[in-house]
Design a protein around this ligand. Structure first.
Ligand code: CU
Length: 353
C-alpha cells in the first residue's frame, strides 16, 4: 500500500464459525473497523464482506479477527500491513525487514494448536516460523536498516539486537519525531504494539537478533520439570537403564542440549537447536541472525555464509596462568582463603544528611 491509496478488501469466511477483520492502527470510518457486534455483524461461514477505506498514514499496521479472537488468533489468524510513504524519500532505508511475533501451544506430536492457553505457549515465532527455520537478515556494511516487529501474542517481547545501537523510529501510532528518540539495544514490544527500529549496520559480523525472554528462544518443552542441578543421579540412571534402555537423565549440570541427539515425536521441534560455525547455537523460537557484510550487492539478500573473523578477533582458550586481578588500595593484601570480611557502617555514621 502507498499512503493515500483507497483500499478495497474482500474477506471470504471459510471458517465453520463467524469472523470479521479488524485493521489495527488504521484511521478509518467507524463501520470499517471490524469489531463484530459493535461495527458490523459477524461474517457468517461462506459469506464475503467488503471493507473499503483510505490508507491515510504511512507506517506499519496489523490485522486480525475481532470475533472469537481467542480461538481464531490461537490458530494463527493474523497479518501485517505496511503502508509506504507517498514520497519515497521520506523515511528511506536501504534494508527493511518485517516480523509479526506470534505464538502457539502445540503438544509435542500434535498438529492442532491448543486454543484455551492463556500464557504458557510453547512455540514462539517470527512470521509463524521458529529458529533455525528463519532466514538471516542480510545487510551491507553501512546500510541504514529498519526492522519492524508487531506483537499479536499474549505477552510482551523485549527484542534485542547485538553489536549495534538502534532507535525506535515508528510505532503503530505513527513516526517518532527524531527529537523524541533515544538509543537502545533492546526494545520491549507489548501485546498489540508495533515497533520499527532503525540503525546503521556499521559493525561487520553475524549478530544475534532475538527476544530476550529465555523461554522465548526455545521450542516445545515441559515447564513443570523438577530442577536437578547438583543432584548426582548416575546410580539411579543405571538402575533405570537396566529396565528402560532409552531412559535418559537430564539436567544435573544444567539444561544444555546443544550436543544432544534425541528422538522426538512427529511434528515436534527440538527444544533448542541450530548449528553455527563453532557448534550448537542452542536457540529456538524467536531468534535469527543479522549478517552485516562488506561487498554484499545492493539488492542481494542471499545468505553469504558465516562471518570470517579477522585473525585474533575471536574469544579463545587461555592456557597460561590467570593474571592477578587488580584490587583497590584498601584491599592491598590478597584475601586469605576462607576469610570473609564485612565492613559494617552503623546508622550513626549517616548523621548530617
Ligand atoms: Cu518473547
Amino acid at each position: 500500500m502507498v499512503e493515500g491509496d483507497r483500499v478495497r478488501i474482500f474477506v471470504t469466511n471459510k471458517l465453520p464459525e463467524h469472523t470479521s477483520v479488524h485493521w489495527h492502527g488504521q484511521i478509518l470510518p467507524n463501520g470499517m473497523d471490524g469489531v463484530t457486534g459493535l461495527n458490523q455483524p459477524g461474517i457468517e461461514p461462506g459469506k464475503t464482506f467488503m471493507y473499503e477505506f483510505v490508507a491515510r498514514h504511512a507506517g506499519t499496521f496489523m490485522y486480525h479477527p475481532h470475533a472469537d479472537e481467542m480461538t481464531q488468533m490461537a490458530m494463527g489468524m493474523m497479518g501485517f500491513w505496511i503502508t509506504h510513504p507517498k514520497n519515497a524519500a521520506h523515511h528511506a532505508v536501504d534494508r527493511d525487514f518485517a516480523f509479526l511475533l506470534n505464538s502457539y501451544d502445540i503438544e509435542p506430536g500434535a498438529y492442532t494448536p491448543k486454543v484455551n492457553t492463556m500464557l504458557d505457549f510453547n512455540l514462539w515465532t517470527f512470521n509463524s516460523r521458529a529458529f533455525p527455520g528463519i532466514d538471516p537478515m542480510v545487510v551491507r556494511l553501512g546500510d541504514k536498516v529498519r526492522i519492524r516487529a508487531g506483537n499479536l501474542t499474549m505477552t510482551n517481547h523485549p527484542i534485542h539486537l547485538h553489536g549495534h545501537r538502534f532507535e525506535v523510529s515508528c510505532t503503530d501510532g505513527g513516526w517518532v519525531r527524531p527529537s523524541a528518540r533515544w538509543p537502545e539495544v533492546t526494545t520491549d514490544i507489548a501485546v498489540g504494539q508495533m515497533r520499527a527500529i532503525e540503525f546503521v549496520a556499521d559493525n561487520p559480523g553475524d549478530w544475534a537478533f532475538h527476544c530476550h525472554k529465555s523461554h522465548h528462544t526455545m521450542n516445545a518443552m515441559g515447564h513443570s520439570v523438577p530442577t536437578l542441578i547438583g543432584v548426582d543421579h548416575r546410580d539411579v540412571a543405571k538402575k533405570i537403564n537396566a529396565l528402560v534402555p532409552d531412559y535418559m537423565v537430564m539436567g544435573d549440570k544444567g539444561g544444555s542440549m546443544g550436543g544432544m541427539e534425541m528422538s522426538l515425536p512427529e511434528n515436534t521441534l527440538p527444544m533448542m537447536t541450530g548449528d553455527g560455525p563453532f557448534g550448537g547455537i542452542e536457540m529456538g523460537g524467536m531468534f535469527t541472525v543479522l549478517k552485516v557484510r562488506e561487498g554484499q550487492a545492493r539488492n542481494d539478500y542471499k545468505d553469504p555464509g558465516w562471518y570470517k573473523h579477522p585473525a585474533g578477533t575471536v574469544a579463545r582458550e587461555w592456557t597460561g596462568d590467570a593474571p592477578v586481578a587488580a584490587r583497590s588500595p584498601q584491599r592491598a593484601a590478597p584475601p586469605v582463603p576462607g576469610e570473609t570480611t564485612v565492613t559494617v557502617r552503623k546508622p550513626g555514621a549517616h548523621r548530617g544528611h
